[in-house]
Design a protein around this ligand. Structure first.
Ligand SMILES: Nc1ncnc2c1ncn2[C@@H]1O[C@H](COP(=O)(O)OP(=O)(O)OP(=O)(O)O)[C@@H](O)[C@H]1O
Ligand SMILES: [Mg+2]
Length: 449
């Protein structure tokens, strides 16, 4: 990190040197000027974080000067120093955008506190500006970022999107890894070019190699003509290597070489291909542990992991959770033509306690189901899974094989109970015809209230 830069403008040399000396000792980078003309010239060449301006200058005043400096850097923090008893002029200074003013003789400790505060404010202003920029670019309004963690992620996206740096996105299933990858692509100069997502876990090893790198005729049985791979086809764009933790060990060296040298041969080919692609990868596995345990090449990991974006689970982002729940509620109320106003407090509390291992995807499904089932204006806690319900799901290890009919009977009973024995609703959830349900109730001898 570079040191914060302070610009001191005062026509009295002694005062300048005093302040400059003090702040230099405190670790700041300091530069000074003695007039408006001198200040503007220096400022346009160097750039500062905070300016300390004397109100009275030989060729103008501090307020005027500040306007000029702000025309160059709108986020500049500023303190205007006034002679004792000239508060009115100082107030004018505030109108011009100086956040603070200080009477001479300067209390230097107080000045330091003000400067620290201005530095913090500048940081926030800049971050907000970055967010605003991404919003105005390709940042769909349905992306929720109410939590500080998600806002920080958008910040990182704003900063790294338009570079070609590889980004590794980690997080549990359903936390939004693919969404982040898409935001990176959409906010880069590559946005008009392809975005290819490859699920490395779903494609068999041999196919994955030809899928990514392409092949020449005769490379293997059945390879009749040249086929370009995704890396080549995406040229100018982005390749998203999803589930990269499952990238086959045998292909890791080849991928590494491509990342290092930017070129590769198609399978069975002798011509070097050099596509211009940006690589984004993601995994929900603990890839750091995998590297430690020797289950993933360390050198490849370092290449992919140049920039890391970790998306925390939804349960650690209560602000996002509640906002998403509201959005899904509205969306599904419209979709299913229901007039639902919101959640009860108890429902919200339960949502906040439940671990949501499937994260946003699980939340969405839960809310859609609740919207379909509920008959009241507000969704109550009975449609939100209970924390303990999850513990039950976990006990699948104690697996006891049973006849399918038993399981079906029990499941139908549960669904019926879930919808208060309303058979049409149960049939809707089960996606079977009402008559089929009725037959099964008879067949299994299920008691219906
Ligand atoms: N911040 C967000 N705001 C709104 N919707 C989101 C947000 N994050 C994720 N989603 C939505 O949640 C769903 C799951 O996101 P996504 O597919 O990106 O997750 P993932 O981490 O790739 O999951 P998996 O590990 O299962 O592949 C998507 O429909 C996505 O649009
Ligand atoms: Mg995904």
């Amino acid at each position: 990190m570079r040191k914060p830069r302070i610009f001191i403008v005062d026509d009295e040399r002694e005062q300048r040197d005093l302040l400059a000396g003090f702040f230099k000792k405190r670790g700041y980078d300091v530069d000074t000027a003695g007039s408006v003309g001198d200040a503007v010239e220096k400022f346009s060449q160097v750039g500062f974080d905070v300016a300390v301006l004397d109100l009275r200058l030989p060729d103008g005043d501090g307020v005027e000067l500040l306007k000029k400096l702000r025309a160059i850097d709108p986020d500049l923090g500023a303190v205007i120093l006034t002679a004792y008893g000239t508060i009115d002029a100082a107030a004018n200074g505030i109108k011009a955008g100086a956040e603070d003013f200080l009477e001479k003789p300067v209390d230097i400790e107080q000045l330091e506190k003000i400067i620290e505060r201005l530095m913090e404010r500048r940081q926030i202003v800049r971050e907000n500006r970055a967010l605003l920029e991404i919003t105005q670019k390709n940042f769909p309004s349905d992306v929720v970022a109410e939590s500080p963690q998600m806002r920080e992620i958008l910040n990182i996206i704003a900063r790294v999107a338009d570079t070609d740096a590889p980004v590794l996105i980690t997080g549990e299933s359903g936390t939004g890894k693919e969404l982040v990858a898409q935001l990176l692509h959409k906010n880069s100069r590559r946005r008009e070019k392809p975005f290819f997502a490859i699920n490395c876990a779903a494609i068999p090893e041999t196919l994955l190699e030809s899928e990514l790198f392409g092949y020449e005729p005769g490379a293997f049985t059945g390879a009749r003509k040249r086929q370009r791979g995704k890396f080549e086809l995406a040229s100018g764009g982005t390749v998203f290597l999803d589930e990269v933790g499952d990238f086959p060990a045998t292909l890791q060296a080849k991928l590494l070489r491509f990342l290092e040298e930017g070129k590769f041969y198609r399978l069975g080919g002798s011509e070097l291909v050099q596509p211009d692609v940006r690589i984004i990868s993601a995994t929900n596995r603990n890839i750091d542990k995998m590297v430690e345990a020797g289950n993933f090449r360390e050198d490849l990991f370092y290449r992919l992991n140049l920039i890391r974006i970790h998306i925390p689970p939804l349960r650690e982002r209560p602000q996002d959770l509640l906002k998403l729940a509201d959005i899904f509620l509205k969306k599904f109320s419209t979709k299913h033509r229901k007039n639902i106003k919101g959640f009860t407090d108890e429902a919200r509390n339960r949502m906040l306690r439940y671990p949501w291992r499937g994260n946003i995807r699980e939340l969405r499904n839960t809310i859609e189901r609740a919207v379909i089932l509920t008959r009241t204006e507000y969704i109550t806690e009975r449609y939100i899974p209970h924390q303990e319900d999850y513990a039950e799901h976990l006990s699948v290890e104690k697996f006891v094989p049973r006849p399918l009919a038993d399981v079906e009977k029990e499941y139908i009973e549960n669904v019926l109970r879930y919808c208060n024995f309303n058979q049409s609703e149960a049939a809707k959830i089960l996606k079977i015809h009402r008559n089929t349900l009725r037959n099964k109730i008879k067949e299994y001898n299920i008691e219906v209230e």
